[in-house]
Design a protein around this ligand. Structure first.
Ligand code: ZN
Length: 100
């Protein structure tokens, strides 16, 4: 018998397979930052020209870099990016029976 390993796990729906989840505060901050960058880019400014302006504008709007990390390990898959399917769980249960 051959076990199809691909059927035992699936991409984690919580983090979409990345293993990490973006912090909501950071997501909001970065979204605003991108908005401002795009505005300067359409004006033809280069990164070294617009960066100081972006920072100043963000602070004027009340956006400050959040203290915590930008992303954290996905609690659903513990950073693996994959979770067990029902078949996978059944296999783990089976294996456990002989490991305990
Ligand atoms: Zn995940």
């Amino acid at each position: 018998m051959i076990i199809d390993l691909a059927k035992l796990e699936k991409i984690c729906p919580e983090c979409d397979g990345s293993g990490y989840i973006g912090d909501p505060e950071w997501n909001e901050y970065l979204k605003k930052e991108i908005e401002i960058i795009k505005k300067y880019e359409t004006q033809g400014l280069k990164p070294d020209e617009y960066w100081p302006k972006v920072k100043t504008e963000m602070e004027k709007l009340g956006y400050f870099e959040p203290d915590g990390p930008e992303e954290y390990e996905c609690p659903d898959c513990e950073g693996r990016g994959t979770v067990l399917t029902e078949e996978g769980m059944a296999l783990i249960d089976f294996v456990k029976k002989y490991l305990d």
